[in-house]
Design a protein around this ligand. Structure first.
Ligand code: MG
Length: 511
């Protein structure tokens, strides 16, 4: 039997590695579409991507793969622990992929593609009514998807699981409730503060070419491997890893908003460091794949916010900025710059919000998605509920639906269950950061000198190198010694914004 296993595992691995290579080629074609592709190539590219997606689906759902997986799951005696983890994760992917009937997969692809078109037009005209019928169809299909995939508690679990394996509403609800409770007094104090940081310095004119030069320098300081990465421009910044040796990131520049490119690049470089830190020896298997979106986003947020927007890092970057922008930064020291970067404001737009208010945007979407999925609310109720909740959580009302319920593309794309991973990213990041500060000696003075290697080494060891060996919640528990808790993020905010806003007492948490 053991001899038989010896042949089965390599056979499975060979097939899965081939499928992974096709997935990576499709990722590359997607990257090209956003960065380099001439506009007239859109039609042929769509055909190429659809063809690759079809081959990928066929290769990963072949009955032969199912047979190999079942045998190796039943009897994995000859396998090492890494191989067993691969079988477990491949089985997880196989089950998800084969549980959905082909007609549902096709219908979802078709409806979400048309819904995106409808959403673009509806957002432009701020006309929710024209998008509502499409959203209704998407929600109905996602309900069916959840039913096909199966769940024990809430139907939302089945959708969330695609982005954050093994996370459930039952686990997430108390985390989010704890976060909301902790955030309310902080947000109230910061938005109501009489003296606010002046951020006008960030809106002076910063020439793009010099910003780009600085961004590339920062990537190097963070430890992004230049020989295994690229930085390009795109409308929406992203990171895309084909292999640990081939990771692409993008950014966009705004000459009138200094943080845009600098912190955008730090964010995407955080994602890139994770991709580059996956073990190349295991490339093509789950051991060299990122474990979840919530863990991926923790890497980007940690580098962008916990490190990049900290006073020690601003002290480090200040002379490098001053060298390039002496007139723009005349009379502005590191501390003023740090304060300017830490201005907190209620904005109706999620992607423009700061790290404090950001999570309330997610709380709002999470509550609505769950209620929508079980039918507690209908699509037509969304604009009203959205605005009511925005008023309640942030004290503002969007001027129209384009700045409210229509602002994000996720629902049009069928990505229900995706939003909470942004929030998990912030919480994971704060908890990892808390532990890094204990484990890495004199971390602040290291950051102030631009010596970030010890932080990267810690992340490599505790997070990156494991790939999908452990489920995300277990990975975070192993890395930090504790299960995920919103308390670390709340304490982080209190420390940092207490300093920026000169606040020492935050008032009691309230509901
Ligand atoms: Mg990100």
């Amino acid at each position: 039997m053991a001899k038989d296993m010896k042949k089965k595992y390599p056979e499975l691995k060979r097939r899965m590695k081939e499928a992974q290579a096709i997935g990576a080629a499709s990722g590359l074609a997607g990257w090209d579409q956003e960065t380099m592709m001439p506009p007239k190539a859109a039609g042929s590219r769509a055909e190429q991507l659809a063809a690759l997606a079809g081959v990928y689906h066929e290769k990963t759902t072949e009955p032969a793969i199912g047979r190999l997986l079942r045998k190796l799951t039943k009897d994995g005696k000859g396998l090492g622990s890494g191989e067993r983890a691969c079988v477990r994760e491949w089985m997880r992917d196989y089950r998800r992929a084969t549980k959905l009937p082909v007609d549902l997969v096709r219908e979802l692809a078709k409806v979400t593609s048309l819904a995106q078109d409808a959403w673009i037009k509806a957002r432009r005209a701020s006309d929710f009514g024209s998008f509502a019928p499409w959203l209704k169809r998407v929600v109905a299909l996602k309900r069916r998807e959840a039913k096909c995939l199966g769940y024990k508690g809430h139907p939302y679990d089945a959708l969330l699981d695609a982005y954050e394996p093994e996370m459930t509403v039952e686990m997430l609800d108390p985390i989010i409730e704890g976060l909301r409770e902790g955030l309310v007094p902080i947000v109230a104090a910061l938005l109501g503060a009489r003296k606010k940081p002046d951020s006008r310095v960030l809106t002076r004119r910063y020439p793009e070419a010099l910003q780009e030069e600085l961004c590339r320098e920062v990537m190097g300081i963070m430890g992004v491997d230049r020989e295994a990465s690229r930085l390009d421009r795109s409308a929406h910044p992203f990171c895309c890893g084909m292999a640990p040796t081939d990771v692409r990131i993008t950014t966009r520049f705004n000459e009138r908003w200094l943080p845009q490119a600098l912190y955008g690049v730090m964010h995407e470089s955080g994602h890139a460091l994770y991709e580059q830190g996956l073990p190349m020896k295991q490339h093509g298997t789950p051991l060299a794949e990122a474990v979840s979106l919530g863990v991926h986003e923790s890497q980007s947020r940690l580098w962008e916010n916990m490190i990049g927007r900290s006073l020690p890092f601003v002290k480090f970057i200040h002379p490098r900025l001053k060298k390039r922008f002496p007139a723009q930064l005349a009379g502005v020291g590191p501390r003023e710059l740090f304060r300017a970067l830490g201005r907190v404001e209620a904005t109706p737009i999620r992607v423009e919000s700061d790290e404090v208010t950001y999570n309330l945007h997610i709380v709002l979407r999470y509550d609505l998605e769950k209620a929508l999925l079980v039918g507690d609310i209908g699509v037509r109720d969304l604009p009203g509920l959205w605005n009511d909740r925005m008023k309640e959580l942030l004290g503002i009302t969007p001027k129209d639906d384009a700045h409210g319920v229509l602002q994000d593309t996720h629902w049009a794309q069928g990505l229900i269950g995706y939003f909470p991973t942004y929030l998990l990213g912030n919480l994971n990041a704060a908890q990892l950061w808390h532990r890094i500060r204990r484990d890495v000696p004199a971390v602040d003075s290291k950051i102030a000198k631009g010596s970030l290697g010890p932080i990267l080494k810690w992340l490599r060891e505790r997070v990156h190198r494991h790939g999908r060996r452990f489920p995300p919640a277990e990975l975070i528990r192993r890395a930090t010694g504790r299960p995920l808790s919103p308390g670390y993020f709340i304490e982080y905010l209190k420390g940092k914004y207490g300093e920026i806003y000169d606040i020492s007492s935050w008032g009691p948490a309230r509901g």
